[in-house]
Design a protein around this ligand. Sequence first.
Ligand code: SF4
Length: 231
Amino acid sequence: MLVGGLVKSSLIDYPKKIAAVVFLQGCNFSCPYCHNPEIVNPVVFKPFSEEEFFSFLKNRINKLDGVVISGGEPTIHKDLYEFIKKIKDMGFLIKLDTNGTNPEILKKLIKDKMLDYIAMDIKAPFDEYETVTRRKVNTDNIKESLNIINRGFADYEFRTTVVKGLLTFDSFVKINDSFKEMKKIKRYYLQKFQKSKHLDESYENRTTFEDEEFLKLEKLFSDTVEFFMVR
Ligand code: SF4
């Protein structure tokens, strides 16, 4: 497995749990606001040893509740299933962060009860996906992943990063329209764009929505989402 980084203990990445976060290298998207360029861009990859990661985890049994598998995009890795199984067999809860491009692996992981929590990004309404991710996107896969999680998985969140200009109020109207065709969404988080290092350095000066705009969005999603939060 291409491990690109590790946060040894976090209280904020797995709801109500103390968890380590492991970042797997590589991504099939190229979102300009991505704040993990060293994980996504092969030119600046800094590999981390898998052995080192597992020996760290061995020492954290009964001290950590879980492990967050993040990226990059974890599902692009052929050995993801075995990697997760190995962690699960050590007794840790597993949270998977994904962009939803690989519904088949998601289905298999859910069916075999390998996942305890899923956080899936919704990058944009389906017709704006390629603009936001700067990649060719099969949005049928995204729809399928959303439906698999929404229909059959107990503990999940969907989330969208809000960069002013990249997404507009109308973008969210379209996302809400797609929510209307689904079971009520359990949790939907809007993540304010934060200034940090970005995949596209020109994003340094971008901003997020104003508070009033977020309030309008809260109203917009009030019928389709059980728990809505801006963070
Ligand atoms: S923000 Fe985009 S480019 Fe960065 S890891 Fe997530 S999906 Fe990949």
